[in-house]
Write a protein that binds this ligand. Sequence first.
Ligand code: GAL
Length: 963
Amino acid sequence: MSFRTTAVDYVEDVSPGNGALPPRARYATSDARTLSLNGSWRFRLSATAGAEDDAFAEPGYDADGWAEVSVPGHWVLQGGGRFGSPAYTNHLYPFPVDPPRVPTENPTGDHLRVFDLPEDWDLDDGGAVLRFDGVESCARVWLNGTDIGEFKGSRLPHEFAVGHLLKTAGNVLAVRVHQWSAGSYLEDQDQWWLPGIFRDVTLLHRPAGAVLDHFVHASYDHAGGLGTLRVDSDVDGRVTVPDLGIDVATGESVTVPVEPWSAETPKLYDGVLATEGERVPLRIGFRTVELADGLIKVNGKAVLFKGVNRHEWHPEKGRALDLESMREDVLLMKRHNINAVRTSHYPPHPAFLDLCDEYGLWVIDECDLETHGFTEQDWRDNPVDDDRWTPALLDRAARMVERDKNHPSVVIWSLGNEAGTGRGLTAMAEWIHGRDASRLVHYEGDVDCRDTDMYSRMYAGHAEVEQIGQRLDGGTHKRRELPFILCEYGHAMGNGPGGIADYQQIFESYDRLQGGFIWEWIDHGVKDERYGFAYGGDFGEELHDGNFVCDGLLFPDRRPSPGLVEYKKVIEPVRIEGDLADGTVRITNRYDFADLSALAFEWSYQVDGETVESGPLSVPVLAPGESADVKLPEPPAAGSGETQWTVRALLAADTAWGPKGHVVGWGQSPVSARRAPSVAPTAGPVSDDRLITLGPASFDARTGALRSVGGVEVTGLRLDVWRATTDNDDGAAWQTDIRYSEVWRKFGLHRMRHRLDGVEAGADALTVRTRVAPAAWEVGLSTVYRWTSDGERLRLTVSVTPEGDWTALPLPRLGIRFGLSGADTDSVTWFGGGPGEAYPDTRAASMVGRWQSTVDGMQTPYVRPQENGARADVRWAELGGLRVEGDPEFWFSARRWTTEQLDAAAHRSDLVPGETVWVHLDHGQHGIGTASCGPGPLRQYYLLAEPTEFSFVFSQAGGPAGS
Ligand code: GAL
């Protein structure tokens, strides 16, 4: 007796499917010819692929007892757990690797939908096409009881001719979706496994004489300013572009003067392809992409990609993204100076590319292909090197290219991601080059660039990228002739990425380096009642990779993280620099195509961080690459404080993506320097049995511990070297570089003991001597706290002398921490870097000024809690009735939990505010780097244990001001 039914053999078949129409270009069809089948569908979940027979597909089947799900959607994200759960792995297949076989446990969702045709559809005139834009991972489809085929290729469209099967009313569409299939072996991207019909389902009326496929060829000759248009169509027709006076037959070329399309100047011309049966709207962008002089050039110019890798993500809907979220992504990118997207690691919902055309983003369109899990068996049996799978690979390549070929924003095709090497990839590249010679081909795994038009790497360190820029990297002859991109860098997991300003500087120094794409755009946190946002393991997965799925520049709810704000500053298209103290500012246009006419400039002048005057600054309309030295006005009469210029570049008028006044770039420069606070030690300590008083402060007489300053109670003030390790401190498990959090924990920096060696009340100072050291080790920090006062203000000088061998052991942080009453501490004001967090290698966006926030507002909500929220270069801060001035400037943070609690938390929901606000005043912080996937901090951002001295001056907030 056999348990396997032939009905499910297709699930494990390496072929791409049966019954679908050849792929073709995607375009907006008029509403009158479109019937959306999105909405509520009847749904039944089975545990295995062959558990149920096909009876449900028959008209008249009674599905009244079934549940319902929304289409588009993933069933595991619906039904409150009734339909299984999401599961996350980075590269491990969550099933035994035995291609093309899949497990018996194969969640299978039967979907049913009954629909009527729109009254005005005349099916005698032509036919109809049923389109699925995305189904994970394999579907079999029946219409009115007829099996019309089955398909794989989750993030690719599949169409079926169905006109002959349709009735005017009561059509029954039945779709059986299997979570696992042979196709799953090709879809091992680092993301949640989310089965379902997750993109639109549409019925399209195709009247006789309608377009089958069409290919818009719109090139630009930059020398002559001319665009050449030719639209090829399977069905003859005419092409009109009214704004250009074009009216030609399909297949005929026409050359006219045009404005070119670029990501910076996304000029689109509306046109129409009219055939006997249909009018197809065209959105034409004229541009020419080529490999010339070893560079990726568009319209004759080399471009610098300031990109991001974008997975599709919504915290509740998964990859079933709505149009508004897609638009929000594009707007957020544009507003943060991003000019390029790699659609990692599959073609996005087609509407996303329409938005990229319209708003202007360079796109690397990547095929739905990754076989990363085979790395665990040295790539043995890798489908991309096994001819049996080549038809499936070619099918995927064709479905991507044919669907997206008419988008001007798409400048590069990518074969896929992390799929090793093999003949199948070569076949894909050859097919793509042959079908579309007007774009370049990318694949990072092709280290010799056998099949590709550019050398691409991920996570290479700064030094190596620089070497590549200098063409000293070796490799095949072909590779050495090619341009370079970092298709992934700056791993934005948790706090970070660090070091991106240093990368940018290298990119800008060598022509061969054409920029990079930050990994990645958005955290894939799943909205979850228990945790706020869930990550891998939160659904009890057998195998998972934890919060590695939360590594984006946006939090899951699309709020920008500090990493995005940093990136915006690092890649700003206008550079404002120079020693502004001499009254001149140097403005550089760093666009590749646009001049600066869309921007207005504004100067402002700050005294002690507060703007005292501002005004417009007139800047010549600079061409790309040009600079000008612009004279600033006479500085306002300054008074005695610290003074500085700030110059901003703003949008001069509303644009499609940003309002007038939106800041595009800025620069700052000091004029007169800050005077460090000084306190003449005129008061001396006075002791009784219990207490020592010194000016406004009281101390415990036995321990020398500070008790209060000017009536504000202070607890637990002491040296602190520990930070709740960041994902980048922790580093990836496969990291060969030192993973600092491991070393720090080994040496006990998270459990330092404080030995009291002496409390000395001298004539003009109270001195407390301690040794701060971890159990089990000889390393220690001899730490002396010296307190002085002028009667009103209290100065603390901390001297730290390392003892033992610290050479291999940088410190996470070095500073003091203390507690204030939580009830009295809420609003926070500071003069220094802000408004957001900064660390030594993530501080480009930290702007010196006077800032206000609250303790809660100073927290950065990383999905997995970790060190966060430090403000850089703080001169002074006020909170909880206390004013603290630094000598020198310090890193400032405050939170309603301890570092130890932060360190122990796995989710935001673990952080429960206590009664104390813990304030950190740090002299130093270790760099952040990107070791969660990539290099750690550069050496210059290490916080080395060295003899160090730093001071703070405490007084009552609102009392006599500092210095
Ligand atoms: C890359 C991979 C991405 C992602 C990233 C780490 O190797 O291409 O998909 O896994 O590492 O987050």
